[in-house]
Write a protein that binds this ligand. Structure first.
Ligand SMILES: Cc1cc2nc3c(=O)[nH]c(=O)nc-3n(C[C@H](O)[C@H](O)[C@H](O)COP(=O)(O)OP(=O)(O)OC[C@H]3O[C@@H](n4cnc5c(N)ncnc54)[C@H](O)[C@@H]3O)c2cc1C
Length: 387
């Protein structure tokens, strides 16, 4: 199986991937780099940057051109998220949540009217998208959710709250999964689209976070929120199953985010190790430092290979739940480790805000938590290899 994968993957980037990566790199340098620390300190969600990302096609990466998107595949998607995250992971996280979660849920499970109605607005970033699965008491155990949707004629009435939702305040539209059946039944939940301004739908508390501070995280609150049945995505009872499929793709984007953090931190550490002189020599000449760099470089390569394998299978429409979980788990654990070592290589300077590794260190930790913790990825992998 490994041999087949390797020969199909090839070991080089395609021309399209290179071009896409180059334009994402330029975009990040011009529109993100100058403001990274300002947004981090003020915890500002810079909506205008996402509008500009929309003009570049980065907010509808996987959306077909017929619906206003870029019509690209998962290899290119990785390249874009990676390049943006090398500069600011919190912008990478928001671009990923908009593309993989909200937009992709409507694209994957909406009917043609729903796609025509919402996808072009999302792909252009006229609207920013949110996706609500997690609740205060149900994170890893998302299937135990308490938010309910009750049918009332040709409408649904939603009550409850979603927690930790990316773009929970600034989002113009949210895909929300709510209970429509019994607890414990994986077919007891349904997905709905809710537009901002709908009566009974509001935002709650905004989280004050360790990292990813320019990516807004907040509550969504439903208080007798009435939405038409036209806003239901797919069949009643399919919402949770749909969500698990959405997370298969979403985890590739968190892996790409992790890869961007790893590369950004590694490149900063490599440069610093050649410049910083102690005991009359650059610190890179000490084996204790060069071995750290060797481990970091190797693990980054391994993360990238695993991610592109998951992307390859996803592009082919093949089952890739195990691979997306493996690639997300591995790339995220590597990024935490690489960010930690990069800071160590910077010594005391790495602990200050004058060098980028301080922020990579704080941002990296989200990657082992969001879209399923490392422990939950192990549950998914184990379930797949033991069945
Ligand atoms: C910045 C940020 C952005 C987010 N964005 C979104 C979003 O846009 N939409 C959304 O729906 N959610 C979002 N989330 C929620 C995120 O997906 C959850 O935080 C995550 O799934 C973990 O859930 P929890 O925080 O409730 O932790 P818990 O589920 O309470 O887990 C606590 C600990 O217990 C462990 N654990 C739980 N169950 C098991 C088990 N069976 N075996 C072993 N260990 C276990 C976990 O691994 C973890 O270490 C976001 C979270 C953050 C922090």
């Amino acid at each position: 199986m490994i041999t087949e994968t390797m020969s199909e993957l090839g070991f080089d980037y395609s021309e399209t991937q290179r071009m896409v990566a180059e334009s994402a790199r330029e975009f990040a340098e011009q529109h993100i780099r100058p403001f990274v620390m300002q947004w981090d300190e003020s915890q500002e969600f810079p909506v205008e940057v996402f509008k500009k990302a929309g003009e570049m096609g980065f907010m509808g990466i996987l959306v077909p051109e017929s619906l206003g998107g870029s019509g690209l595949g998962y290899h290119e998607y990785i390249a874009i998220i990676e390049e943006i995250s090398k500069v600011d992971p919190s912008i990478g996280l928001s671009v990923a949540a908009h593309n993989s979660l909200c937009t992709n849920h409507i694209l994957s499970f909406g009917n043609s009217d729903q796609k025509e109605r919402w996808i072009p607005k999302l792909a252009s970033a006229e609207w920013i998208g949110a996706w609500g699965l997690t609740e205060h008491n149900t994170g890893s155990d998302a299937g135990g959710m308490n938010t309910t949707a009750v049918k009332d004629g040709d409408h649904w009435v939603l009550n409850g709250a979603k927690n930790f939702i990316t773009h929970g305040i600034s989002g113009d539209i949210a895909v929300v999964i709510a209970r429509t059946g019994e607890k414990g039944d994986s077919h007891g939940m349904t997905a709905f689209v809710i537009e901002k301004g709908t009566k009974g739908f509001s935002s709650g508390k905004k989280e004050d976070k360790l990292g990813m501070r320019a990516s807004e995280t907040a509550e969504l609150v439903f208080d007798n929120c009435r939405i038409p049945d036209d806003n239901r995505l797919g069949e009643v009872g399919d919402g949770f199953i749909q969500s698990m499929k959405i997370l298969d793709g979403g985890r590739i984007s968190i892996g790409a985010l992790s890869l961007g953090i790893s590369k950004g931190a590694y490149e900063a550490a490599l440069k610093y190790s050649k410049e910083r002189v102690q005991f009359g020599k650059p610190i890179s000449s000490f084996q204790g430092i060069s071995f750290k760099l060797a481990d970091m470089a190797t693990e980054i390569e391994a993360s990238e290979l695993l991610l592109h394998k998951a992307a390859f299978l996803k592009n082919q429409g093949r089952k890739m739940t195990k691979w997306s979980a493996m690639s997300k788990m591995y790339a995220s654990e590597v990024c935490v480790k690489v960010a930690n070592e990069a800071l160590q290589i910077h010594g005391g300077y790495g602990y200050t805000k004058d060098f980028p590794v301080e922020k990579f260190y704080r941002d990296s930790k989200l990657c082992t938590i969001g879209e399923g913790t490392t422990e939950i990825q192990k549950v998914v992998i184990a379930k797949n290899i033991l069945k």
